[in-house]
Every structure is written in C-alpha cells, then in structure tokens.
Design a protein around this ligand. Structure first.
Ligand SMILES: [Zn+2]
Length: 156
C-alpha cells in the first residue's frame, strides 16, 4: 500500500510539470529557504548540491510516526532521491525554533547528498538525537558554524 501511494505521488509530481524543472527537482515552498541555506553553506565549503532527481516533500506526521518513528527520512528509489519531512513538526517547529528545522533538513541531506551515516557524536548533525544536538547548536553562531564544518568534512 505504501509503495502504491509512493508511485502515485511520484506520478503526480511528474505530471505537474509546473512544479518541476528539467532536472526533476521538487522542494516544498516552505522548506525552500532552508534548502537555499544548505546550498549556500555547501558552496562556502566547496560542495555543490546536485538537485537532479531530488524530491523534498511533506509527509503526514501520523503516517510518518507509524512507518518510521521519525520527523524526517531520506531514501532512494531507482534514481530518485526523496526526503520526507513530517508536516506537523516542520510547521510547529518553525516558530520559535527554526534551527531545529535546519538541523533536520541538513541531517537528511547529509544522508542523501553527502552519503553520511549516523554517528553517536553529539557534535555532529548526523547524530540522530535532534533535540540534544539542537541544545548545543542554538548556543552561538560559532557553534553552528562548527557543526556545519563537520557535516562537510572528509567528503569523497
Ligand atoms: Zn538520519
């Protein structure tokens, strides 16, 4: 059932050509500013985000909790890379905690764009304990910079 919904969704996205550019890229408008921040931070560190066949979409948060027990997931299906973000949490977090959303999206892009795995290191965005990371991340701009440096370190 889940697969059928996925295929229907992709077909819907592909058929709505106004939402897609030539590279088959789609990002929810509410998530776009955070994706642009990621791209800018990546470029500063010599990395360019490949947006071809990349979909960043909202998923119903109850469904997501049932399926994955997560606020966000990253996966690949054939050549399509898809990041799902739990809708309720994204909208609820944005005010007054926009940095949680930044950590969440950067974490999922860490999986899908940078091929990074989870780590127990609390000083990494790839640590899955998002609230613990957030408690440190939010403390200063220098700390945030260190986290983002770490994300883009030692890439192939
Ligand atoms: Zn993860």
């Amino acid at each position: 059932m889940k697969n059928i919904i996925f295929i229907l969704l992709i077909n819907l996205l592909f058929s709505c050509s106004s939402f897609l550019d030539d590279e088959h890229f789609y990002c929810e408008p509410e998530i776009m500013p955070v994706l642009e921040t990621y791209e800018a931070e990546a470029l500063k560190r010599g990395h360019t985000l490949d947006k071809s066949n990349l979909f960043i979409i909202f998923e119903d948060h109850k469904q997501m909790y049932e399926d994955d027990k997560a606020f966000g997931t990253a996966g690949k299906k054939n050549s399509i890379r898809i990041i799902k973000i739990a809708d309720f949490y994204w909208k609820d977090f944005h005010d007054p905690f926009p940095l949680i959303n930044e950590i969440l999206l950067f974490h999922e892009l860490g999986h899908i764009d940078l091929n990074r795995q989870h780590t127990e290191n609390i000083n990494s965005i790839m640590c899955p304990r998002i609230y613990d990371v957030y408690d440190i991340y939010k403390q200063s701009e220098q700390i945030r910079e260190k986290y983002i440096d770490e994300l883009f370190q030692n890439l192939n």
